[in-house]
Design a protein around this ligand. Structure first.
Ligand code: HEM
Length: 158
C-alpha cells in the first residue's frame, strides 16, 4: 500500500522533492503578502463564478471573503510567512478540514484549472515562484483526493 505522499506523487506527476521545494526558498520573503492575496482573490473569483454548477456548489455555503482569507493566510504560513492562519484557526489539518466535501479526482482537476488560470493572471508572481507554488498545490490536491478515498473506504462508502 502506497503512502498518501506516494499516491500524491503518482497521481499528480509531481515528485515529493519538487512539491516541497517551497520549503527551500522563502516565497513570502521573495513576494510579500499582496501577491498571495491577489492569487487567492483571482482564484475564488473564478471558483464562485464557475460555469460548472457541480463545482461551484461545493463552495456555496461559504462566504467568498472568508474563503479568500483562509486560503491566502494558509499559503503565506506554508510558504515561509507569519502563522496568521494557525493563530486564527489552529492546525491546518487539511484532510480533516476537507472531509465534508466531495474531494474527487474530477474536483482536483477543476480546482487546479482555476488555480493555473489564477496564477497566470497574477503577474506579481514571477515564473520561478509560479512553478514552485503550482508543484506544491498539484501534489497537495492529489494528497487530499487520496486522503478522501481512504476515509471513504474506512466509512464503508463506495
Ligand atoms: C477550504 C474545497 C484543494 C487548502 C476549502 C473549502 C472548500 C474547499 C469547499 C471551504 C471554504 C473555506 O471555508 O475556506 C477544495 C476542493 C479542492 C481543494 C474541492 C480540490 C482538490 C485544496 C488544496 C489546498 C486547500 C490543494 C492547499 C494546498 C484549503 C484551506 C482551506 C480550504 C487552507 C481553509 C480551511 C479552513 O480554514 O477551514 N477547500 N479544496 N484546498 N482549502 Fe480547499
Amino acid at each position: 500500500m502506497q503512502s498518501l505522499q506516494q499516491q500524491a506523487t503518482t497521481r499528480s506527476g509531481v515528485k515529493q522533492e519538487d512539491a516541497f521545494a517551497i520549503e527551500k526558498v522563502n516565497l513570502y520573503q521573495r513576494l510579500g503578502r499582496d501577491p498571495f492575496v491577489k492569487l487567492s482573490t483571482n482564484f475564488y473569483n473564478r471558483v464562485y463564478e464557475d460555469e460548472q454548477q457541480w463545482f461551484r456548489s461545493i463552495f456555496a455555503n461559504f462566504p467568498k471573503e472568508e474563503a479568500i482569507q483562509n486560503q491566502y493566510e494558509f499559503f503565506i504560513q506554508r510558504m515561509g510567512g507569519p502563522p496568521w492562519y494557525s493563530q486564527r484557526k489552529g492546525h491546518p489539518a487539511l484532510i480533516g478540514r476537507h472531509a465534508p466535501f466531495a474531494i474527487t479526482e474530477q474536483a482536483a482537476v477543476r480546482w487546479l484549472e482555476h488555480m493555473q488560470a489564477a496564477i497566470d493572471s497574477t503577474p506579481e508572481i514571477d515564473p520561478d515562484s509560479r512553478k514552485l507554488i503550482l508543484n506544491f498545490l498539484k501534489h497537495t490536491a492529489y494528497f487530499l483526493v487520496a486522503g478522501k478515498e481512504i476515509m471513504n473506504r474506512r466509512n464503508g462508502a463506495v
